[in-house]
Design a protein. Structure first.
Length: 94
């Protein structure tokens, strides 16, 4: 399958480690693609991610819309607020 520039979209993926363990998710069985597969949390960057205020968590070298999308995807899929955890000193790297 050849991807043309018109159908290539930005996406984000979180690789989360906690106490030496790798956190992954199982995709919902009702999804159209890769249903039931184990994956890292993440997804497509939405247009709203560019319009949202930049997250308090700074990640030098990365576009704010990508960080916003990453934080949103982790919050949506796992219920984890990485931005709040990072501000509290509970996240070592992002």
């Amino acid at each position: 399958m050849n991807a043309s520039p018109n159908n290539v979209r930005d996406a984000v993926t979180a690789v989360l480690l906690h106490d030496g363990r790798l956190l992954m998710v199982r995709r919902q069985p009702s999804l159209n693609s890769f249903a039931g597969f184990t994956a890292f949390p993440g997804g497509k960057v939405d247009a709203a991610d560019a319009e949202a205020p930049a997250p308090a968590l700074g990640c030098e070298g990365h576009a704010p819309r990508l960080i916003t999308a990453l934080l949103r995807e982790v919050r949506e899929e796992l219920g984890i607020d990485l931005d709040a955890l990072a501000r509290a000193g509970a996240v070592q790297a992002l």
